[in-house]
Design a protein around this ligand. Structure first.
Ligand SMILES: Nc1nc2c(ncn2[C@@H]2O[C@H](COP(=O)(O)OP(=O)(O)OP(=O)(O)O)[C@@H](O)[C@H]2O)c(=O)[nH]1
Ligand SMILES: [Mg+2]
Length: 433
């Protein structure tokens, strides 16, 4: 796919800065560079150049690099200008570029779009790149670089090859069989290959989803009024995010605080104290929200007695250990995983360690790339088709299911890689077969 216009943009961060990088990509990138500096520079050799405006006035002395396509990030000719990072310098250069015929400012994501269109990266890698730019924690960065670096794409290519291999086996089995009489051994082998591939994909589908890493692990702090939930939230996130007071029923809305602890992203949710007997309509709404937040959370920190909500992951906390005042303190400790005080800090580190332990079980393991929703849906479609394929002995129908599986792989990568190969493969069947 060839684009006719050449795009340009400031590719580095906010101005003013020590250096600002302006990037051009497209068929006119080299000509534009020549117009700016009034000479040619060699491919992939940085040069200190004088950049001049349309009227010949010097705009900046800068570093210019020319990358001739197609072996570039976008697959097109690229030029990079490393300017002095003042606003006026950058504005003047951008204005000069905008006045050159065939050049226009890039839209958001357009360089990556061109890279995708020119086959420099697939959809999975593009998604990874987007996540990498958005990554705020170490765990997010590792996950994103795994996707952007082609880890998943490589795995998908291996699966595609395996599926194509099965398709070829089907063709061979049909070709070498007598009319309508395919050997049992052939069918069994093809079924086994489909099941093995489906099983492997199933393992990937069972991994924790990437969203949890992107959005943060949701931890709801819940319990009766005045248990010390908001005080605990503030201690965990180390700022006064929620109002605390001795008045029962202080917290009404869910207070949602994003924070990274030990490189892991979390969303801590402080909730209204749960009690059944309120006549306050607003508090009742808050309690309904609290229950919903706890039910939807990945992890619940429960500050109540032995009546913790039904949830797959609960940490029971006996809070306000510095007080130990109620007659039921010993009973509360007996029901709890941990006794702590958000005021004195006693056992707070242990709580964070406990949360970290539970979080690790909910997150992709180190070195294991996780899949996002779109990727999981496409792979689930592959797995379904393979599942269908082993339910029939009619190899032509098995071949149809494989075609569907390969189509889902293509949707996953955004590349129609397999259709042509399949046409070539099955085009050799005689009509009616
Ligand atoms: N001494 C001591 N006081 C605490 C501790 N935690 C909370 N408190 C006090 O207990 C009272 C209630 O604390 P909050 O954090 O507002 O309780 P809550 O569970 O958020 O209450 P609601 O929002 O009303 O449901 C406040 O006066 C806090 O200062 C603690 O660990 N030690
Ligand atoms: Mg509160």
């Amino acid at each position: 796919m060839g684009y006719r216009d050449t795009i340009f943009a400031l590719s580095s961060g906010r101005l003013p800065a020590a250096i600002a990088v302006v990037r051009l990509s497209g068929p006119h990138a080299r000509i534009a560079l020549k117009l700016l500096i009034n000479k040619e520079i060699p491919d992939r050799s940085p040069r200190l150049v004088a950049i001049k405006g349309g009227d010949g006035a010097l705009l900046d002395r800068a570093l210019a690099i020319r990358f001739d396509g197609p072996g570039t990030a976008t697959g097109e000719d690229i030029v990079e200008l490393h300017l002095h990072g003042g606003r006026a310098v950058v504005d003047a250069v951008l204005a000069t570029l905008g006045a050159i015929a065939g050049l226009r400012p890039a839209e958001a994501g357009e360089f990556t779009r061109r890279a995708f269109d020119h086959g420099r990266l697939d959809l999975i890698e593009a998604e990874g790149l987007g996540d990498l730019l958005a990554a705020e924690t170490e765990a997010q960065r590792r996950q994103a670089i795994g996707q952007a670096g082609g880890g998943v794409s490589h795995q998908v290519a291996t699966w595609q090859d395996a599926a194509l291999n099965i398709a070829a086996r089907i063709e061979a089995a049909i070709d070498f069989s007598d009319e309508d009489d395919v050997g049992d051994a052939d069918v069994a082998a093809i079924h086994a290959a489909c099941a093995a591939l489906g099983g492997e994909i199933g393992l990937w589908l069972a991994r924790p989803p990437a969203e949890r890493l992107r959005d943060g692990i949701a931890v709801a702090i819940a319990g009766p009024p005045n248990a010390g939930k908001s005080t605990l939230l503030n201690a965990i996130v180390q700022r006064e995010a929620a109002i605390t007071s001795p008045i029962a029923g202080t917290t009404r809305d869910v207070v949602d605080v994003a924070v990274a602890i030990a490189g892991v992203p979390y969303r801590f949710l402080d909730t209204a104290g749960l009690r059944g007997d309120t006549d306050d309509a607003v508090e009742a709404i808050g309690i309904a929200r609290a229950r919903a937040a706890a039910a939807a959370a990945d992890l619940v920190i429960w500050l109540g007695d032995d009546d913790a909500p039904e949830h797959a992951a609960v940490i029971r906390v006996a809070a306000q250990s510095d007080r130990r005042d109620g007659p039921d303190w010993d009973a509360r400790v007996a029901h709890a995983d941990i006794a702590l005080s958000a005021v004195t800090g006693e056992n707070m580190q242990r709580l964070l360690d406990l949360i970290g332990e539970r979080a690790r079980a909910l997150l992709p393991r180190d070195g294991e790339v996780a899949l996002n929703r779109r990727q999981r849906d496409a792979l689930a479609a592959v797995a379904d088709s393979l599942d269908e394929a082993v339910r029939t002995r009619d190899l032509l129908i098995v071949a149809e299911h494989l075609r569907a599986a390969l189509g889902a792989f293509d949707r996953l990568t955004g590349r129609a890689r397999t259709e042509d190969m399949l046409d070539a493969l099955f085009g050799r069947f005689c009509i009616g077969k």
